[in-house]
Design a protein around this ligand. Structure first.
Ligand code: HEM
Length: 167
C-alpha cells in the first residue's frame, strides 16, 4: 500500500513537471492572440501617433533635426486624420441620441488636436522650436482629456499607467 502511494505521488509529480513547459509554450501565443483581438483599428493608429510623439520629444530639442521633426509631424497628422473619421469602441455601448452627441464631440476634439498639430508644424518650419515644444506639451494634455472622455474605462487606466513617462 505504501509503495502504491509513493508511486502514485511520484507519477503525479512527473506529470506536473512535464505539463508545466507545455503551458508556458502555449499560453504566450494565446495571450498575444487575445491582445490582437481587442485592439481596434483606432487603437493601432493611435499607437502610431504615440510613437511619433515620443520621437518628436527628442528631435524638437535640436533645430538641426527639424527636417526629421517635420517628417514626423506629417506622419502624425496623416494618422490623426484617419483617427478622426474612425469610431471609438465606447460609442458601441451608447444609443442615439447619446451616441450621436458622443461622436460629434469626439470629432470636434480630434479637429482641435489636428489644428494644434498644424500650428506645431508651422512653428518648426519657422525654426521656433520653443513654441513647437510648448505645442507638443499642449497636445499631450489634449490626449489626456480625450482619453478621459472617449476611451473605454478599463483601457484608459492601462493607457495612463503606460504613458506616465512620455510627457
Ligand atoms: C497626441 C495625442 C494622442 C496620443 C499620443 C494618443 C495615443 C493613444 C494610444 C497609444 C492609444 C491606445 C491605448 C494605449 O495607450 O494603449 C489610444 C487610444 C485611444 N485614443 Fe488616443 N491619443 C491621443 C489623442 C487622443 C484624442 C485627442 C482623443 C479623443 C478626441 C483620443 C481618443 C482615443 C480613444 C477613444 C482610444 C481608444 C481606441 C478605441 O476606442 O477603440 N486620443 N490613444
Amino acid at each position: 500500500m505504501r509503495r502504491f502511494e509513493t508511486t502514485t505521488v511520484g507519477s503525479l509529480l512527473i506529470a506536473a513537471l512535464l505539463a508545466a513547459p507545455f503551458s508556458l509554450i502555449f499560453s504566450a501565443p494565446a495571450r498575444a492572440e487575445e491582445e490582437k483581438k481587442v485592439k481596434s483599428e483606432l487603437h493601432k493608429k493611435m499607437e502610431l501617433i504615440d510613437e511619433g510623439m515620443k520621437k518628436l520629444k527628442r528631435t524638437l530639442r535640436k533645430s538641426d533635426e527639424n527636417p526629421d521633426s517635420l517628417k514626423l509631424i506629417g506622419e502624425i497628422i496623416d494618422n490623426a486624420k484617419l483617427c478622426r473619421d474612425m469610431t471609438p469602441t465606447q460609442a458601441d455601448k451608447l444609443k442615439d441620441p447619446e451616441r450621436k452627441k458622443f461622436l460629434e464631440e469626439y470629432r470636434a476634439s480630434m479637429d482641435k488636436l489636428l489644428s494644434t498639430m498644424e500650428l506645431m508644424k508651422k512653428a518648426v518650419a519657422a525654426g521656433d522650436n520653443e513654441k513647437a515644444k510648448e505645442l507638443r506639451s499642449q497636445l499631450k494634455d489634449m490626449e489626456d482629456e480625450g482619453h478621459d472622455k472617449f476611451m473605454v474605462s478599463e483601457e484608459r487606466d492601462k493607457a495612463k499607467a503606460k504613458d506616465k513617462d512620455a510627457k
